[in-house]
Every structure is written in structure tokens, then in C-alpha cells.
Design a protein around this ligand. Structure first.
Ligand SMILES: *[C@@H]1O[C@H](CO)[C@@H](O)[C@H](O)[C@H]1NC(C)=O
Length: 386
């Protein structure tokens, strides 16, 4: 009798559910969104500590925290999220207002071009969801400062350097700085129609350096060119975030130019990536950075994997059939593994190695980068299910 009642009510529930519009039903069952919210609650325990307008210590890590919130905010208007992000005291405005700017209005917390370009991307994404032009203006001013200060003569092997020449950790012809510049220029092209041609040309010039030197056999290889022509060396390193930003750059170039060949290039890259043959995932297709197995990642490298997931999700939005239609299942499988195997019970802190077991470094900066990278992966899975 009791059993019968249960059966009846669950049948009733099923009937009610199937009567709901498909979109509402999907949202109601998006466990990835629920888990993203839980992870964001944990992420916010790092906000404003130790510096105002930052998550924990790293400036470029902070840009990625802003980006993941802006990406989610584009599709999530829940009171949970808006109470964190929106309004004069929300994270979007507060984070921007707390940054150092130089006399041109460019962000200038440090002298690394790649760090500044992560901010350009974050600010464009934040502008997209807030429509507050101060975000876009700072993005443009920052992009402009990089364009003026990165001298081609400082990079004999082409591309952009990662920093001003005086920087102790200068890397000339840096892959990440160059590919981020392409993404940033292409994003600005679609937000500033009057200067579209200029931004597209900037993006194309640097993308052509990438295709001639770094995009080898369809996938990004090498984190810089070293030496001098004609002997510019490539170390053929495979780093998840370089692949992710290349996907972002290609999709942004496609939106700016309407040239579908950029999506074809991105599709090939994603197919190669998901083949698992390049060492950026384990045998079960769980994302893996070179430093994950012995837990030797630092606060920079621990940030990388989430950025690959973001690139894949962005490509899937533009071309659902990319990588043989396998991107969504890759994103959800990784999010499942993070939640089941790489989460600290009690705190919901997410760890460095997504296949598990849960492990996290002791420094606050390393905890923040590992946790925010995994949170970005959860957000990408949530977005792929919305
Ligand atoms: C972007 O910045 C440049 C350099 O400051 C400026 O010339 C240009 O007008 C800005 N673009 C827009 C649309 O504001």
C-alpha cells in the first residue's frame, strides 16, 4: 500500500516534470550548477585576502576568478550569484575599483603583459554582463598600453614578450602572451565596431606568428621561441592553458571576422586534445597538468587546467559538433571526477589533481589557484548543461 502510494506519486512527479518546458527541466536538474555555487561559496572565502579586490595572492589568478564569475553570470541570474557579483559593492565593480592604474588608465599591478592580458579578457567578459562601459574602457586602455610597450625589436623570434624588457623573468616570443593578445584583440574587435579593422589586424598579425611557429600538426606546441633567427628554438611543451586560450582566440576571431576556417582550426585542435595523445589528460580522460602527478604545481601552473575547459566550452558554444561532439561529455566527466575524487569533505575545497585523491598545497596562493581552476571546470560543465 505504502509502496503503491510512492509509486503513484513518483509517476505523478515524472508526468509533471515532462510537462515542463525542456529548458526549465534542464536547469532544475543541473547538478553542475548547484556544485558550481557550492564551489563559489568556498572561492569567496579567499576574496579580499590579503589585499582588497583580490582573491588571495595572484593577480592573474584573480583575473581568472573574475572571468569564471562573468562567464557564469552570463547565463545565471540567480540571487545566489547576483548577490556576489552585482551592484556597486559586488565583486565585479569592487574588484575593478581596487586595481592600480597608470596615467593612461591601463591596469598596472605588475609589468607582465600576459597578466595584463588575462585582465583584458576578464574585463571584456565583465563588461558583457554588466554593460558598464568602465570595464571596457579599462580593457581597451590596458590593451593599448601593451601594444605600445611590447616592441617587436625586443622579440627577434617574433610574437610578444611576456613583460617589459626590464622584468627579471622576461620571456621573449612568449606563446601565452601572444595567444592571449590575439584573444583580447579579437574580443575588442566585436565590442568596438568603429575600430574593428584595427583590432582584427592586430589579432591576425599575431595569429599568423602562432600558425607559423606554434600551431604544429594542428595543436599548440611550445611555450616560447628561444634564440635568434634563423635558429629559433621551440621546446614543444604541451600546456593545458595554452591550448585553452588558443581555442578562445580562434572562436573570438571567428566572431570578429565571420570566417569559419577559424572554427575548423579550433575543431582540429580540440579533436587532437581530446585524443589524449599529448599528455594533457590521463588514461581515463581526466585533465592532467605535467606537475599534477607529483603534486609539484605552483600557484601559476595549478591554475592552468580550468582554462583548457573554458576554451573547450567556448568552442562547443560556437560549434556543438566540434571534436566529434565529445566536448560536453568531457566537461561533465571531469566535473564529476573533481566533485567525487578531488574535494575536501567539510570545506568543499577542490584539489590540484582532478582524478584524486584530494590534495592541496599549504600556501593560500596555491590553494586559491587549485580551487579556482577546478571551480572554473565545474562552471564550464554547468554552462554546457544550460
Ligand atoms: C581605445 O584606446 C585607444 C588608445 O587610448 C583610443 O585611441 C581609442 O579611441 C579607444 N577606443 C575606444 C572605442 O574608446
Amino acid at each position: 500500500m505504502f509502496f503503491n502510494n510512492l509509486l503513484t506519486s513518483s509517476l505523478l512527479l515524472a508526468a509533471t516534470a515532462s510537462a515542463l518546458p525542456a529548458e526549465v527541466e534542464r536547469r532544475a536538474t543541473n547538478q553542475y550548477l548547484t556544485n558550481s555555487h557550492t564551489a563559489i561559496t568556498e572561492l569567496q572565502t579567499f576574496y579580499n585576502s590579503p589585499r582588497p579586490g583580490f582573491w588571495s595572492a595572484g593577480w592573474w589568478n584573480t583575473a581568472n576568478c573574475l572571468t569564471l564569475l562573468a562567464d557564469l553570470r552570463a547565463k545565471d541570474s540567480s540571487s545566489f550569484l547576483t548577490s556576489i557579483t552585482d551592484g556597486p559593492n559586488g565583486v565585479f565593480k569592487h574588484t575593478l575599483n581596487s586595481q592600480n592604474k597608470d596615467s593612461t588608465g591601463a591596469l598596472a599591478w605588475d609589468d607582465f603583459f600576459d597578466d595584463q592580458l588575462w585582465w583584458v579578457v576578464a574585463l571584456v567578459k565583465t563588461y558583457d554582463v554588466t554593460k558598464d562601459s568602465s570595464f571596457l574602457k579599462t580593457a581597451n586602455d590596458s590593451f593599448n598600453a601593451i601594444t605600445l610597450n611590447d616592441k617587436p625589436s625586443n622579440n627577434p623570434c617574433g610574437g610578444l614578450a611576456n613583460a617589459y624588457p626590464s622584468e627579471k623573468y622576461l620571456v621573449k616570443s612568449s606563446t601565452i602572451a601572444t595567444v592571449l593578445y590575439v584573444e583580447a584583440a579579437a574580443l575588442l574587435a566585436t565590442r568596438y565596431p568603429a575600430q574593428k579593422t584595427y583590432f582584427i589586424n592586430q589579432a591576425k598579425t599575431q595569429w599568423s606568428w602562432i600558425t607559423q611557429n606554434i600551431l604544429i600538426d594542428g595543436i599548440m606546441q611550445g611555450d616560447a621561441l628561444t634564440g635568434n633567427p634563423p635558429s629559433c628554438g621551440n621546446n614543444h611543451a604541451f600546456l593545458t592553458y595554452i591550448e585553452g586560450v588558443a581555442l578562445q582566440a580562434l572562436v573570438a576571431l571567428y566572431h570578429a571576422t565571420n570566417d569559419a576556417s577559424y572554427l575548423t582550426t579550433a575543431d582540429t585542435l580540440a579533436t587532437k586534445l581530446l585524443s589524449g595523445k599529448y599528455g594533457m589528460m590521463d588514461n581515463n580522460k581526466i585533465a592532467l597538468e605535467f606537475c599534477d602527478n607529483d603534486l609539484s604545481c605552483n600557484p601559476d601552473t595549478a591554475q592552468f587546467k580550468g582554462i583548457m575547459m573554458r576554451g573547450l566550452r567556448t568552442l562547443r558554444d560556437a560549434k556543438p559538433s566540434a571534436a566529434g561532439g565529445q566536448i560536453k561529455s568531457f566537461l561533465t566527466k571531469n566535473a564529476d571526477s573533481i566533485w567525487a575524487n578531488s574535494r575536501q569533505s567539510g570545506t568543499n575545497l577542490l584539489g590540484q589533481k582532478w582524478a584524486g585523491p584530494f590534495a592541496l598545497g599549504s600556501s593560500q596562493a596555491l590553494q586559491l589557484s587549485s580551487h579556482s581552476s577546478a571551480t572554473m571546470a565545474l562552471v564550464e560543465a554547468a554552462l554546457a548543461n544550460m
